[in-house]
Design a protein around this ligand. Structure first.
Ligand SMILES: Cc1cc2nc3c(=O)[nH]c(=O)nc-3n(C[C@H](O)[C@H](O)[C@H](O)COP(=O)(O)OP(=O)(O)OC[C@H]3O[C@@H](n4cnc5c(N)ncnc54)[C@H](O)[C@@H]3O)c2cc1C
Length: 407
């Protein structure tokens, strides 16, 4: 047991410092501006690409770290700067997770670099599952993919909604789309497809105006007779046919297309929530030491000091759950008790609580835009909703620990 350690190694510490400096010097100064404008922060993404932070190499190195801790550490640091801008930079990794979770090695080698492009030619990735009538209930999705044998193409029709980076045509965007190939089989009849940038029949629908993470683009993506080559089916046709045959016979199969992606990405989403919570905690701690009322700093009241103690404890506990989940994933250990869901669920709820308490500690100053905590509270709320709501995470955990298919 001598090797066990929760210390970051020298490489990780150096990387953390580097990402923190980017967050502090490049992201934070423009955070309020992009929250107000609700626009994609292209200059920040360009700067991230120029220094190699937005690149296939950077993300690959972070993914393959054997401790599993590098990626959540980076996500936390970026979100500490601003969660919306962090998602504008890292949202591409959702599409990447869809490719890595479902693709063959050849498809991964072809499409993952295509999601990032190069500093002079930035690309984006998006992962499109949710639909107007299929959010939590992914099994009800209606987007169809039909195989056209004559041309060896898949024809996709349907509308996806709430898609991060969805339908942006300013830069080439790789969409990874989950569609029904055999709707009678519900989620076991789903498959994932890459829709290459510029494919006719794929366009942006409504762009949503949001409460928080407003620098991150969220929109509908509409597919109208959108034809993609046969090789864009992730995992390949042979595997799909085998899987469908097993499902038709009622035999067990590998996890569903969308679910395998969410399992991998949930702890990283939890790490983003952690970044917001830490930012709010640090801000509130400084404020509580400086602000005086009744001739003493407000932190000298236990009512305030204990809030800060709870905030710090919950943030640290959330980080341990996130790191455990990413360590398990890196060590190829199965999530037997919904550990990925636990980490995202807890970190998301901690972010909402901590940012709420930060506003309380700042009093009136917390409620106005002169201080960033009101924005952080708005930003935090999405972490109990996307990548599976808190209720759905509890369902995943309850099913895992009970072995029962709790409805
Ligand atoms: C900003 C933003 C970005 C997003 N990015 C993406 C993206 O990139 N790709 C993508 O595919 N999707 C994305 N989503 C969609 C997101 O994942 C869904 O909004 C989420 O899964 C919830 O689905 P829903 O909104 O349809 O809620 P619903 O499924 O309608 O749920 C409504 C409420 O009912 C509860 N509920 C539903 N079923 C149950 C149950 N069985 N037990 C208990 N409670 C239940 C839910 O927890 C929730 O509280 C994004 C959403 C937002 C807002």
């Amino acid at each position: 047991m001598g090797d066990f350690s929760l210390d970051l190694n020298d490489d990780q510490l150096e990387l953390q410092k580097w990402v923190h400096a980017f967050s502090r010097d490049v992201i934070r100064p423009v955070a309020a501006e992009y929250d107000e404008k609700e626009e994609t922060p292209w200059p920040v993404i360009e700067e991230a690409a120029n220094i190699g932070l937005y690149s296939v190499d950077f993300v690959t190195n972070a993914f393959v770290d054997p401790t599993g801790i590098t990626f959540p550490m980076i996500s936390e640091e970026l979100s500490w700067g601003d969660a919306g801008i962090a998602l504008a930079i890292m949202g591409t990794t959702l599409g990447v997770s869809g490719i890595v979770g479902n693709g063959t090695p050849e498809q991964i080698a072809e499409w993952v670099p295509e999601c990032f492009g190069t500093p002079g030619d930035i690309h984006l990735g998006a992962f499109a599952v949710s639909e107007p009538d299929a959010g939590s209930d992914v099994s009800s999705l209606r987007t169809r993919a039909v195989y056209d044998q004559a041309t060896d193409e898949w024809v996709i029709n349907g509308t996806k909604t709430w898609i991060t980076n969805g339908g942006i045509d300013k830069v080439p965007t790789v969409h990874v789309v989950v569609a029904a190939v055999e709707p009678e089989l519900k989620s076991r009849g789903h498959a994932s497809f890459v829709v290459p940038p510029g494919t006719p029949g794929c366009r942006q629908g409504q762009k949503f105006s949001k409460m928080g993470i407003r620098a991150s683009h969220t929109a509908e993506v509409v597919f109208e007779d959108c034809r993609v080559p046969g090789h864009c089916l992730l995992g390949g046709k042979e595997k799909l046919d085998e899987r469908l045959a097993r499902a038709r016979e009622g035999k067990s199969s590998r996890v569903q297309a969308a679910m395998s992606t969410f399992e991998a990405s949930r702890p990283l989403v939890g790490a983003q929530a952690l970044g917001i919570a830490r930012a709010a905690y640090e801000y509130a701690l400084d404020y509580a030491k400086e602000r005086t009322a009744f001739n003493r700093p407000i932190i000298m009241n236990q009512a305030i000091a204990f809030k800060l103690a709870d905030m710090k404890m919950q943030i640290d506990a959330a980080r341990l759950l996130v790191w455990r989940a990413t360590w398990m994933a890196a060590a190829k250990k199965q999530f037997v008790s919904g550990e990925g869901s636990m980490s995202k669920l807890y970190a998301g709820e901690v972010a909402v609580r901590v940012t709420d308490e930060a506003i309380q500690i700042l009093g009136g100053a917390g409620y106005v835009k002169d201080h960033p905590v009101e924005q952080w509270h708005r930003d935090s709320k999405i972490y109990t909703i996307f990548e599976g709501t808190s209720e759905i995470q509890r369902l995943v955990i309850a099913r895992a620990i009970s072995g029962l298919h709790i409805p």
